[in-house]
Design a protein around this ligand. Structure first.
Ligand code: DX5
Ligand code: ZN
Length: 219
């Protein structure tokens, strides 16, 4: 799998969500949907009803990033609704292996999310249960934050741990035309970008530009 770009709709206009999503259709590989519950993170966004509507309105596959407590209870519903990928945070999950298997059984790719300070090494043995590892490059909760350069060595170690396994390595938070090169060089292959896409004058052009930069920086 080559480079994939997953624009985060957190930076889009929520009152015009379908049109905003259409603006990157044919350019974005995924639409990244940030679900926040005001408990796991200090912010509240959208939940399953909006995701269900979005799935009817767009053709681009949906990449749900659940920043919520008790994903064991809530995450399978997103897979059942038809999200192509569902990522939950290991810090919040009680039984991550069971949950990953539930997500896959419902036809979704299963993603394991790590906050910036959560080490990757303890989860190396779990990776065969997952299709994607998400390394947060900001503290989850808000768009438009500054990229945490201190996380880059973890991306590199994660790439080594993944090796040749078929597990995508996603980065999320502060990804822009500068930092995407750092992440690609460290071994990431799926890039979430919110403000760098929906804050740009032309969102589709921004996606294309990020893809080109990541491709040339990929090690
Ligand atoms: C933050 C979210 C991100 C956010 C990224 O908690 O998980 O997906 O939308 O936004 P930018 O790219 O603006 O940092
Ligand atoms: Zn996200």
């Amino acid at each position: 799998m080559g480079i994939q770009i997953s624009p985060s709709i957190l930076s889009a206009d929520f009152a015009n969500l379908a049109a905003e999503c259409q603006s990157v259709a044919g350019h974005a590989d995924w639409l990244h949907v940030d679900v926040m519950d005001n408990h796991f993170v200090p912010n509240l966004t959208i939940g399953l009803p909006v995701v269900e509507s979005l799935l009817k309105a767009v053709d681009t596959p949906v990449d749900c990033h659940l920043m919520i407590e008790d994903p064991d209870r809530w995450a399978p519903g997103y897979a059942e609704a038809g999200a192509g990928s569902v990522t939950f945070h290991v810090e919040a999950a009680t039984a991550p292996i069971k949950l990953a298997r539930d997500l896959r059984r419902h036809g979704a790719r299963a993603g394991l999310g790590l906050r910036p300070a959560t080490p990757v090494e303890p989860y190396a043995d779990l990776l065969p249960e997952f299709d994607m590892l998400l390394i947060m490059t900001v503290e989850p909760g808000f768009g438009g934050q500054k990229f945490l350069d201190v996380v880059v060595p973890k991306i590199r170690r994660a790439r080594q741990i993944i090796g040749d396994a078929d597990v995508w390595l996603q980065v999320d938070g502060g990804v822009d035309t500068r930092t995407i090169e750092l992440c690609a060089d460290a071994g990431a292959d799926v890039f979430v970008a919110g403000s760098a896409v929906f804050g740009a004058e032309n969102a589709a052009d921004a996606v294309d530009r990020l893809r080109t930069l990541a491709g040339s920086a990929q090690s």
